[in-house]
Design a protein around this ligand. Structure first.
Ligand SMILES: NC(=O)c1ccc[n+]([C@@H]2O[C@H](COP(=O)([O-])OP(=O)(O)OC[C@H]3O[C@@H](n4cnc5c(N)ncnc54)[C@H](OP(=O)(O)O)[C@@H]3O)[C@@H](O)[C@H]2O)c1
Length: 399
């Protein structure tokens, strides 16, 4: 197919927008392709004022612009920008994981209806080409699971806590100062960022649209010295891990939880703001993708890769949505968790199927046992209670 000439309108000129601009300057094929950049408000910028507009319609209604790159930090605004652009027949690149995860079905329908392409490699794991790999290489039914460290900020904090012995609060402040964590870090440390990425990866792994609100995500903000010492004594690190796994009878399960990770796991060595994804399948066993999950230039490079793919008329085919009778999301899978608590009243909320270990201490106690994900979902608000912390041990019942 012939190469398409691109005229690009960009929304957003923050960390990723600027990163993209700088990366594009090094690409002779595209260094003059940006026609306009739409931002929220007037401020001192590195580019001439004539590049910028504050009115989205200057890009959306510009017939010459055939490609929109959406890099804004507001998911609601991103939704309207992307939807209108697709409806106008423009191809779109987006990095907004929340928007894509929450509107996956509509985004797929819009692409079909208007015969356009929406690419979003940068939305999951920054510079690591995981979406396109799942879509193109792992495009058969051998795939068993995708497991990974999907959020750079929380991984940075956990690295500092485990490797440098820093208190959680100090590590969090440092992550914010370095620009890895948001000023309101909830999105990262409570597991929402990982959740949205996991929902996107699930579509490209198993062809299932998942409502993020129906998936357990639990982060690292309740971690205490007791938990850290417990993990260290056993030779583990704690990592925030997202996982989607194929079960029997075309069912899948998915969740985001802190997890005890031993030296024998690939993700044990993923430190600081890096991301790492383990792809497991029949015949090839395990493969590991590793790289920078955030930052202007790494994320900008993923956006550039999508832009170049559009030059060659690439689009996701969502092939896996046509698999067999399709996969369904099984919410009753049971996993083994460690629950640390202070007040034993907490235990009454947890419907353990079996318990393998219990410890009662003067301040902290813990229990290890199997519990259904659906019963953890039922008490998800209770799980935010600062007096407790849960982590997956990595064991699951074989469904
Ligand atoms: N940062 C990363 O490492 C990273 C990695 C992967 C994915 N992402 C995703 O990339 C996107 C951008 O993140 P970022 O870190 O670059 O954010 P950022 O640094 O906060 O920049 C956001 C940009 O969006 C502009 N903006 C906000 N609302 C707008 C609107 N309604 N119309 C036009 N422009 C608007 C802002 O304009 P002003 O300049 O006028 O404020 C700013 O230029 C987000 O979806 C994020 O989740 C980021």
């Amino acid at each position: 197919m012939a190469r398409q000439e691109l005229k690009i309108g960009v929304f957003g000129f923050g960390v990723v927008g600027k990163g993209l601009y700088e990366v594009m300057k090094q690409s002779p094929a595209l260094d003059k392709a940006i026609k306009k950049i739409c931002v929220r408000s007037k401020k001192q910028r590195d580019l001439p004022e004539s590049f910028f507009t504050y009115n989205p319609d200057d890009i959306i209604n510009d017939e010459e612009i055939n490609t929109v790159v959406e890099l804004v930090d507001d998911s609601e605004a991103a939704y309207h920008i992307v939807k209108k652009s697709l409806q106008k027949g423009k191809n779109v690149v987006s990095a907004n994981k929340k928007m894509i995860a929450e509107h996956m079905a509509e985004m797929i329908a819009l692409q079909k209806e208007h015969n356009v392409s929406l690419l979003y490699e940068a939305s999951a794991c920054g510079s690591i080409p995981v979406i396109r790999s799942l879509e193109e290489y792992y495009d058969n039914d051998l795939l068993l699971s995708v497991t990974g460290i999907l959020n750079g900020s929380s991984n940075y904090i956990l690295s500092r806590v485990f490797d440098n012995g820093q208190p959680y609060e100090v590590a969090l402040k440092e992550a914010q100062t370095l620009g890895f964590a948001e000023s309101d870090p909830t999105f990262d440390v409570e597991g929402f960022d990982s959740l949205y990425k996991l929902v996107i990866l699930t579509m490209h792994s198993f062809g299932v649209v998942i409502n993020p609100d129906e998936v357990l995500n639990y982060g690292i903000s309740n971690i205490s010295d007791f938990d850290i010492n417990y993990a260290r004594e056993k030779g583990f690190k704690i990592k925030l891990v997202g996982q989607v796994e194929r079960l029997r009878e075309n069912k899948i399960t998915l969740f985001v939880l802190p997890r005890f990770v031993g030296r024998d796991k690939y993700i044990y060595a993923v430190e600081e703001e890096f991301n790492g994804v383990v792809i497991k399948g029949l015949a090839y066993d395990k493969q590991f993708m590793f790289g920078k999950g955030a930052g202007g230039h790494p994320t900008g490079s993923a956006v550039l890769s999508d832009i170049t793919a559009l030059m060659h008329n690439y689009r996701y085919e969502y092939k896996k949505t046509n698999y067999f009778q399709g996969f369904s999301y099984f919410k009753d899978a049971a996993i083994e968790i460690y629950l640390r608590y202070r007040d034993k009243e907490v235990l009454s909320h947890f419907d353990f199927q079996s318990v393998s270990e219990e410890y009662r201490g003067p301040k902290n106690s813990y229990v290890i046992g199997f519990i259904k994900l659906s019963s953890l979902m039922a008490i998800r608000e209770k799980l935010r209670d600062k007096q407790l912390f849960i982590a997956a041990t990595g064991k699951a019942l074989n469904y």
